[in-house]
Write a protein that binds this ligand. Structure first.
Ligand code: FES
Length: 116
Protein backbone atom coordinates (compact mmCIF):
# COMPACT_ATOMS: atom_id res chain seq x y z
CA UNK A 1 0.00 0.00 0.00
CA UNK A 2 1.52 3.32 -1.03
CA UNK A 3 2.26 6.09 1.46
CA UNK A 4 1.06 9.58 0.65
CA UNK A 5 2.01 12.85 2.29
CA UNK A 6 -1.11 14.55 3.72
CA UNK A 7 0.16 17.72 5.43
CA UNK A 8 2.72 19.06 7.87
CA UNK A 9 2.31 18.34 11.58
CA UNK A 10 1.85 22.05 12.27
CA UNK A 11 -0.97 22.32 9.69
CA UNK A 12 -3.44 20.60 12.03
CA UNK A 13 -3.44 21.77 15.66
CA UNK A 14 -4.07 19.21 18.38
CA UNK A 15 -7.80 18.73 19.07
CA UNK A 16 -8.80 19.44 15.49
CA UNK A 17 -9.77 17.43 12.42
CA UNK A 18 -9.71 18.16 8.71
CA UNK A 19 -11.03 16.51 5.59
CA UNK A 20 -8.58 15.58 2.84
CA UNK A 21 -8.89 13.89 -0.51
CA UNK A 22 -5.96 12.12 -2.11
CA UNK A 23 -6.16 10.11 -5.32
CA UNK A 24 -9.92 9.88 -5.08
CA UNK A 25 -9.93 8.69 -1.46
CA UNK A 26 -11.52 11.08 1.06
CA UNK A 27 -10.71 10.78 4.73
CA UNK A 28 -10.78 12.77 7.95
CA UNK A 29 -7.47 13.38 9.64
CA UNK A 30 -7.53 13.97 13.41
CA UNK A 31 -4.80 15.32 15.67
CA UNK A 32 -5.32 13.83 19.12
CA UNK A 33 -3.18 14.07 22.23
CA UNK A 34 -1.48 10.79 21.34
CA UNK A 35 -0.98 11.42 17.66
CA UNK A 36 -2.61 11.49 14.25
CA UNK A 37 -5.43 9.20 13.15
CA UNK A 38 -7.77 8.98 10.15
CA UNK A 39 -11.24 7.62 9.44
CA UNK A 40 -13.73 7.64 6.63
CA UNK A 41 -15.61 10.94 6.26
CA UNK A 42 -19.20 9.74 6.54
CA UNK A 43 -21.03 8.08 9.39
CA UNK A 44 -21.89 4.40 8.91
CA UNK A 45 -25.43 4.99 10.18
CA UNK A 46 -26.96 7.11 7.41
CA UNK A 47 -23.93 8.89 5.97
CA UNK A 48 -23.84 11.96 8.24
CA UNK A 49 -20.84 14.22 7.47
CA UNK A 50 -18.43 13.53 10.33
CA UNK A 51 -16.40 16.64 9.50
CA UNK A 52 -19.41 18.62 10.83
CA UNK A 53 -19.40 16.57 14.03
CA UNK A 54 -17.27 17.09 17.08
CA UNK A 55 -14.40 15.42 18.84
CA UNK A 56 -15.34 14.42 22.38
CA UNK A 57 -13.15 13.09 25.22
CA UNK A 58 -10.11 13.61 22.94
CA UNK A 59 -10.73 10.21 21.34
CA UNK A 60 -14.25 9.97 19.92
CA UNK A 61 -16.00 11.51 16.93
CA UNK A 62 -19.68 12.32 17.39
CA UNK A 63 -21.87 12.37 14.28
CA UNK A 64 -23.80 15.64 13.82
CA UNK A 65 -27.00 13.90 12.71
CA UNK A 66 -28.03 11.26 15.26
CA UNK A 67 -25.09 11.48 17.65
CA UNK A 68 -23.48 8.11 17.11
CA UNK A 69 -20.01 8.08 18.63
CA UNK A 70 -16.98 6.20 17.32
CA UNK A 71 -13.51 5.59 18.69
CA UNK A 72 -11.26 7.61 16.37
CA UNK A 73 -8.30 5.29 16.92
CA UNK A 74 -10.09 2.05 16.02
CA UNK A 75 -13.32 3.13 14.28
CA UNK A 76 -15.28 1.06 16.78
CA UNK A 77 -18.84 2.13 17.71
CA UNK A 78 -18.99 3.55 21.25
CA UNK A 79 -22.64 4.72 21.18
CA UNK A 80 -24.98 4.07 18.29
CA UNK A 81 -27.50 6.60 16.91
CA UNK A 82 -29.68 7.86 19.74
CA UNK A 83 -31.06 11.27 18.75
CA UNK A 84 -33.77 12.41 18.22
CA UNK A 85 -35.94 10.09 20.30
CA UNK A 86 -37.40 7.42 18.03
CA UNK A 87 -34.31 7.06 15.84
CA UNK A 88 -33.85 3.62 17.38
CA UNK A 89 -36.63 2.40 15.07
CA UNK A 90 -34.34 3.09 12.11
CA UNK A 91 -31.54 1.25 13.85
CA UNK A 92 -33.34 -2.02 13.21
CA UNK A 93 -32.30 -1.73 9.57
CA UNK A 94 -29.19 0.37 10.13
CA UNK A 95 -27.28 -1.75 12.60
CA UNK A 96 -24.00 -0.83 14.24
CA UNK A 97 -21.04 -0.68 11.92
CA UNK A 98 -17.49 0.50 12.67
CA UNK A 99 -15.79 3.28 10.73
CA UNK A 100 -13.05 2.48 8.29
CA UNK A 101 -9.70 3.65 9.63
CA UNK A 102 -6.37 4.30 7.94
CA UNK A 103 -2.76 3.83 8.98
CA UNK A 104 -1.04 7.15 9.64
CA UNK A 105 2.64 7.72 10.20
CA UNK A 106 4.69 10.81 10.91
CA UNK A 107 8.18 11.24 9.49
CA UNK A 108 9.95 14.41 10.58
CA UNK A 109 7.23 17.04 10.00
CA UNK A 110 5.23 15.11 7.44
CA UNK A 111 1.96 13.34 8.23
CA UNK A 112 1.52 10.40 5.85
CA UNK A 113 -1.31 8.02 5.11
CA UNK A 114 -1.36 4.51 3.71
CA UNK A 115 -4.03 4.23 1.04
CA UNK A 116 -5.38 1.01 -0.39
S1 FES B 1 -25.94 9.50 10.33
FE1 FES B 1 -24.55 9.45 11.95
S2 FES B 1 -25.70 8.86 13.63
FE2 FES B 1 -27.11 8.84 11.99
Amino acid sequence: MPLHKVCKVQDLPQGEMKKFSIEGESFLLYHLEDGFFATQTTCTHTFGPLSMGKIVDDCKIQCPLHRARFDIRTGEVIDWANFPPGIQLLNVVRGEKALKTYTISVLKDDVRIKLP
